[in-house]
Design a binder for this molecule. Structure first.
Ligand code: AMP
Length: 514
């Protein structure tokens, strides 16, 4: 699908009619496609004037909303965007900003949180973003006075091979790895999503996904604009406000993770009138497995098809998707290849016949060329030109993929990914902790929740709340183990090695958390 035609953010931004709304927000005046193009050009010029150009990294820490969406696109038009989760603690920001080699950090004017503090400590200059909603939702000006003026090594609009976006992905054997995604990767992925759910200029997406994660950035924001349509940017998911936004914005679709769909369903009854008024064309689900019961109930309540799709940061999001009606969508399946080629491979690197379980592999224009400065991770991840996803699956006779398990150790907490090793490292810093293994515990709503088994140093005492408080000071809330068990010894697998996968069972922690 992704031909060589246009392959940059800027080309995607060219799709919409000048006066058509591009970015909006509840209660705000929309920014038009023409306005967004102007804003992107202004942003590139403002960055270029202070020496930031193509392939220079600009970290962005902004609250979810229209400015975040617009800053992502504007910075990405001429440099490399690196959106970071605003919930990170100072220590996390120091790690990410240094690891990224960020040339600047964009924060909201007046913001004085841990990101700014971390930037000051490691000498990353701060650019302040001031919202100018009178020009339309998401519009802004940049205060770049903290940077010396002077030309960048390479200025002007980014080229197809330039890196548009870098995100960290939770690693199995190391700290989070950097995933560089080129302009061409991002453009191909946005187009794949446009094709999969047949987006047009008449579509309006209600964005409730975080805008530091690939799902919201590409499926909700970039794909909507690439179709010439509109994205309504909320401050982030809030089950109490969702139906108000739905009634006001009257979107044609939204995309979310299964836990959000469940929270929406829990409040659907009392919002029946709004649901009847807003006719959704489709509901999309991705980033974690959608229970078939949730899919069936959503379809019944909203009277719209629920399209489950399978995505990953390294693929600039979408890999497979269930098709729209009249073609069949299969509950429990993540659908058909929807952009990249998708196959299943043995541990030895052989492609397996249909119906055989193996590791899901992908290749295509949307797939990253490789992790940054990490030859070991790349050697493990690429096999014969295919990228190994670390997910296990099986493709049926009709080409539908079902995810059956996971070979990688990350914890999928309702779509939020946690690297167990990162949590181990933080807990190990506590003076009373001798050994720790962080692992996934089954959770009824989130799918998985973070848990840790801890061996204390001899003669030392520590309570679960004390260790959790210690972790909270260093880790964003979603990474803090909800359950910590103290054990005399951590059970080992058959090989004598510590194994995270299956550890919950070995510890007898099969019961779900409330
Ligand atoms: P991320 O890089 O955060 O997008 O996470 C990618 C991972 O999320 C994949 O490798 C899968 O393990 C998981 N994932 C994404 N979509 C689905 C889905 N529809 N069903 C099951 N797992 C999914």
């Amino acid at each position: 699908m992704s031909s060589g035609r246009a392959a940059r953010f800027l080309d995607l931004l060219g799709a919409g009619r000048e006066e058509a709304p591009a970015i909006s927000a509840p209660g705000a005046k929309p920014l038009t496609h023409g306005g967004l193009r102007g804003l992107a050009a202004e942003t590139v010029a403002a960055l270029n004037a202070v020496g930031i150009g193509r392939n220079d990294r600009v970290a962005i820490v902004l609250p979810n909303g229209p400015e975040m969406a617009a800053a992502f696109l504007g910075v990405g038009a001429g440099a490399t965007t690196a959106p970071l989760n605003p919930a990170y603690r100072g220590e996390e920001f120091r790690f990410y900003l240094a690891d990224l080699r960020a040339k600047a950090l964009v924060v909201a004017a007046g913001e004085d949180g841990p990101a700014r503090g971390a930037a000051a400590e490691i000498g990353v200059p701060v650019i302040e973003l001031r919202a100018t909603p009178e020009r339309g939702a998401g519009a802004f000006t940049l205060d770049t006075t903290a940077l010396p003026s002077g030309p960048p090594a390479q200025g002007g609009p980014a080229e197809a091979g330039d890196i548009a976006l870098v995100l960290h992905t939770s690693g199995t054997t190391s700290r989070p790895k950097i995933v560089p995604l080129s302009q061409a990767n991002v453009a191909a992925s946005a187009r794949n999503i446009v094709a999969a759910v047949a987006l047009t200029a008449s579509d309006r997406c209600l964005n409730i996904m975080p805008l530091f994660h690939i799902h919201g950035l590409i499926a909700a924001v970039t794909a909507s604009l690439a179709a010439g349509g509109e994205v309504v940017c909320t401050p982030g998911f809030n089950a109490l406000k969702f139906f108000g936004w739905l009634g006001e914005a009257r979107p044609t679709w939204y995309t979310a993770v299964p836990t959000m769909h469940q929270a929406i369903l829990a409040r659907a009854d009392r919002n029946a009138e709004t649901i009847a008024r807003v006719r959704l064309r489709l509901i999309r689900s991705s980033s974690a497995s959608l229970p078939p019961q949730v899919m069936a109930e959503l379809e019944k309540v909203f009277g719209a098809p629920v399209i489950e799709s399978y995505g990953m940061t390294e693929a600039a999001h979408q890999m497979t998707s269930n098709p729209l009606p009249p073609r069949a969508r299969k509950a429990g399946s993540v659908g058909l290849a929807a952009g990249p080629e998708v196959d299943v491979m043995s541990a030895d690197g052989d492609l397996l016949p249909r119906g055989t379980v193996g590791e899901v592999v992908i290749r295509g224009a949307n797939v990253t060329a490789g992790y940054e400065a990490n030859p070991a991770a790349n050697a493990a991840a690429f096999s014969g030109g295919w990228f190994r996803t670390g997910d296990q699956g099986v493709i049926d006779a009709e080409g539908y993929l079902r995810i059956t398990g996971r070979l990688k150790e990350l914890i999928n907490r309702g779509g939020e990914k946690v690297s167990p090793l990162e949590v181990d490292e933080v807990l190990m810093d506590h003076p009373a902790v001798a050994q720790v293994v962080t692992f996934a515990l089954v959770h009824p709503k989130l799918g998985e929740e973070v848990a840790a088994a801890v061996v204390l140093r001899e003669g030392m005492a520590l309570t679960e709340p004390e260790l959790r408080d210690f972790a909270k000071a260093r880790l964003a809330d979603f990474k803090v183990p909800r359950r910590i068990v103290f054990v005399a010894e951590i059970p080992k697998g058959n090989t004598g090695k510590l194994q995270r996968i299956g550890l919950a069972d070995k510890l007898g922690l099969t019961e779900t958390l409330p």
